[in-house]
Ligand binder design. Structure first.
Ligand code: SF4
Ligand code: SF4
Length: 116
């Protein structure tokens, strides 16, 4: 699926196109430590997003920002990941777990669906 949405596409591009693929951001990524595939690394995500592609791989991230701390350019990678997730939500292509959380939030005001 291509990124289709309005400004989000440009805003993501503005961040990830500056990446020069050094890989310093990979050092502390907790997801990469477990998954051990380049596309799950912050650099891998930046490269894929720069190509204009967004899909559920973008949820393989805790948004901990450890990658941003290591990036010599201080790229706001998490902002780009969040914007990519927003695109998926708008397209109703988010994870089923996310759909459940949104439904719970609407019904009960919290993501767990717990009523007072
Ligand atoms: S924010 Fe995401 S990509 Fe960056 S280090 Fe944390 S888990 Fe990895
Ligand atoms: S540290 Fe920054 S410039 Fe280097 S690969 Fe990661 S995001 Fe790109």
């Amino acid at each position: 699926m291509s990124i289709e949405s309005d400004n989000a596409k440009e805003e993501i591009k503005e961040i990830v196109e500056k990446c020069f693929k050094c890989g310093f951001c990979k050092k502390l990524c907790p997801v990469l430590k477990v998954v051990r595939e380049e596309q799950s690394s912050p650099r891998g995500k930046a490269i894929i997003l720069d190509s204009g592609y967004v899909d559920k791989f973008i949820y393989e991230c805790t948004l901990c920002k450890a990658c941003e701390e290591k990036c010599p350019l201080n790229l706001k990678l998490c902002d780009s990941f969040i914007k990519a997730r927003q695109i998926l939500v708008r397209q109703k292509k988010e994870l089923s777990e996310n759909k459940e959380m949104i439904k719970n939030l609407d019904k009960t005001g919290n993501i767990f669906g717990i009523k007072d």
